[in-house]
Design a protein around this ligand. Sequence first.
Ligand code: NAD
Ligand code: IPM
Ligand code: MN
Length: 341
Amino acid sequence: MIGGDGIGPEVVAEGLKVLDAVVGEGVVTTTHHDLGASHWQRTGEVLPDSVLAELAQADAILLGAVGAAPGATDVPSGLLERGLLLKLRFAFDHYVNLRPSRLFPGSVTPLSPAVTGKGEIDFVVVREGTEGLYVGNGGVVRAGTPAEIATEVSINTAYGVERVVRDAFERATRRRNKVTLVHKHNVLVHAGGLWQRIFATVAAEYPQVTTDYLHVDAATIFLVQDPARFDVIVTDNLFGDILTDLAAAVTGGIGLAASGNINPSGAYPSMFEPVHGSAPDIAGQQIADPTATILSVALLLDHLGLTEEAARVEKAVLADLAERSGQRRTGEVGDAIAALL
Ligand code: NAD
Ligand code: IPM
Ligand code: MN
């Protein structure tokens, strides 16, 4: 367990409450790691090697969120995101960043099928998690001068693209047999070309799967206007980051969006976390929605093969969502879902 910063510890506490409720108190051994902005401020440590080694022994990791307020000046931007979160995703080879989006029955939004007549919204974004613009490849020359040049170079390997595209196709065969590649190959011709070619090669092995391609800008239109068209979306690290906040916003809100950073080989522990961040604007007030973390616990259980327990958590969340009204405190949401179990 890494509660982290802001609302992170508040929502992780509810995730743990639900985990204990579904498997039974004391069945899962949990170790809490105090990491994040305030830990760094106190100790100067972001992620000590000893903690990384301990985390490597876990069956799974549940993380709240890390990072300071976007305008903060007392914590260097990127220190925790790169040094903690991305370090874990890279060290544990979390190449499948799985982000499901569903418009749950009962959530009435302008996108509800009853309003649009367009069918259920139930898709999953398979976001590449170890490459792209996230690798930190680049630098700054002539810093602070009018001639400053900053580069941020995206890395896309055939190895890395193929394995995540293959995962997307495999996933589609267990769902509705459709995969949409999202990129921007009309401009990013080098990386886009690689993604396109590998996508076509893998697609040829899955004749039962329908394929589709969208440039990322157009994908944002369809995510808002016709999200029911999507089943599995596969995309790179940065596009996947942006699309999944949008997907969350159109399917019930960021407070419901769960994710798994998966290492499919099982060589390393996978890590589960809400899509949202530390939400400094509402931290410490017990008003954050812990549902995204609770649904991330369902993904965690499913990943560990506890499929029945995962389904029970999801069912409890659905039941709770259907009867929600008014503002409840973070702890009350966790209590209500735990009680439904
Ligand atoms: P954010 O997701 O933290 O917040 C965006 C908006 O969504 C805010 O208004 C916030 O109050 C709201 N929100 C988020 N989670 C909510 C919840 N559970 N319930 C109700 N409202 C919720 O994004 P940000 O403000 O861009 O980032 C804040 C910090 O978090 C930054 O330091 C960023 O780097 C970090 N971050 C961390 C992670 C992570 O650890 N996985 C993810 C995203 C951002
Ligand atoms: C997320 C976050 C992270 C990302 C940041 C905090 C590194 O936005 O998990 O979506 O960009 O992946
Ligand atoms: Mn994000």
